[in-house]
Design a protein. Structure first.
Length: 298
C-alpha cells in the first residue's frame, strides 16, 4: 500500500513539473520568429519567451529570464538578440539595452547599452547580419551597429515627419543594408544612406509591420490607407499584392516567414492573435486568440 501511495505521489509530482511550463495565456506580442529549421516558432511577450512546436506552447527559461522582450530576432547561427525590460525577478538593469541568448532563450546576457536603451524596433540586415538598426523608444533615437550589436552609433536622422520613436516598422533591402523603409502613421518613408536622410516613398499607405522575404527585394507588410491588410511586394514596396488577411479593429505587428517554404507565414497582432498560412495567403488558420493558445504547429 505504501509503495502504491508513493508511486501515485511521484506521478502527480512529475505531472505537475511537466505541465509547469505549459502556456495557458500570454500578454503583448513583441516579437515572432521561426527557428532556423522552420520546425517551430518563438513568441516574444510581455512575460518572456514562448516556444511553439508541433505539440505544445511552452514558456522558455525560469522566472528570472522572463523578460519583457522587445525587438526579438533570431540570427542565422541560432543566436537570439533582443531588447526591452527585465523580469521582476531579474537583477538586470532597466532597460535591458541589447541582450543575447546562446541557448535558445533559456538565459540572456547584456552585451551593449545596458540600462540605456529600449529598442522596440530592432532590424537585422539580410545582406550582412552584423549590421543592425534599433529604434530606442526611451529617447526616440535611431541607432546603428556594424559589428553584430556590441558597439552602436546614434544616427542623426532627418526628413521623417514623426519622432523616431513613432516609427512602427523598419526594413532594409536584402541586397543593400543602407536602403531602408520606415513604416509610420504618415506613410512609408525611404532612406538610401543608412537612415541619415529620409524622403517620402508612399504617403497613401501606412505600415505597422515589415518582413523581408526572398533575396531580391521581397517584402511583406501590414498596410492601412489606400490598401488595407497583409500584402506582399516583390520590388521592395513599389507594387503590392494581397495575402488575404484583413483584420477589424486589430493590426499585424510582427511577421515571420518559414526559412525553407516561403508560402508558410505566421503573423502576430496587437490584440494577441496569431494567424498562420501554409499556402501564401489562400487560407489562414488561428493559432491563438486574444492571448489564448488554440493549436500548435500541427
Amino acid at each position: 500500500m505504501r509503495k502504491i501511495t508513493l508511486t501515485v505521489i511521484l506521478m502527480l509530482f512529475l505531472t505537475a513539473c511537466g505541465q509547469s511550463d505549459e502556456v495557458e495565456s500570454f500578454m503583448h506580442v513583441h516579437g515572432l520568429e521561426f527557428d532556423k529549421e522552420g520546425n517551430s516558432f518563438y513568441l516574444a511577450t510581455h512575460h518572456g519567451l514562448i516556444h511553439v512546436d508541433k505539440s505544445s506552447w511552452k514558456q522558455v527559461g525560469d522566472e528570472t529570464e522572463h523578460h519583457d522582450l522587445m525587438g526579438f530576432t533570431i540570427l542565422e547561427d541560432g543566436q537570439m538578440i533582443s531588447s526591452g525590460h527585465p523580469s521582476y525577478r531579474s537583477e538586470l538593469e532597466n532597460p535591458l539595452g541589447i541582450i543575447v541568448s546562446q541557448n535558445e532563450g533559456e538565459t540572456w546576457e547584456p552585451i551593449a547599452l545596458h540600462g540605456k536603451v529600449d529598442f522596440h524596433v530592432l532590424h537585422v540586415s539580410r545582406e550582412n547580419e552584423r549590421i543592425m538598426y534599433g529604434i530606442d523608444s526611451y529617447h526616440s533615437e535611431l541607432y546603428r551597429t556594424a559589428d553584430g550589436g556590441h558597439e552602436w552609433q546614434q544616427v542623426n536622422a532627418s526628413g521623417l515627419p514623426v519622432p523616431i520613436g513613432e516609427v512602427y516598422a523598419l526594413s532594409s533591402h536584402p541586397q543593400n543594408a543602407e536602403l531602408l523603409l520606415a513604416g509610420t502613421g504618415l506613410g512609408i518613408f525611404v532612406s538610401d544612406d543608412g537612415g541619415q536622410n529620409w524622403a517620402e516613398y508612399n504617403t497613401e499607405i501606412f505600415s505597422t509591420a515589415f518582413q523581408q522575404v526572398g533575396q531580391s527585394g521581397g517584402l511583406i507588410a501590414y498596410l492601412f490607407g489606400e490598401k488595407e491588410g497583409l500584402y506582399i511586394s516583390e520590388d521592395f514596396g513599389n507594387m503590392w499584392s494581397s495575402l488575404n488577411l484583413q483584420l477589424d479593429e486589430d493590426a499585424v505587428t510582427y511577421i515571420s516567414v518559414h526559412p525553407v517554404f516561403e508560402s508558410e507565414i505566421i503573423v502576430g497582432t496587437s490584440q494577441q492573435n496569431i494567424y498562420r498560412t501554409i499556402n501564401r495567403g489562400e487560407s489562414w488558420e488561428v493559432l491563438a486568440s486574444e492571448g489564448n493558445p488554440i493549436k500548435a504547429l500541427q
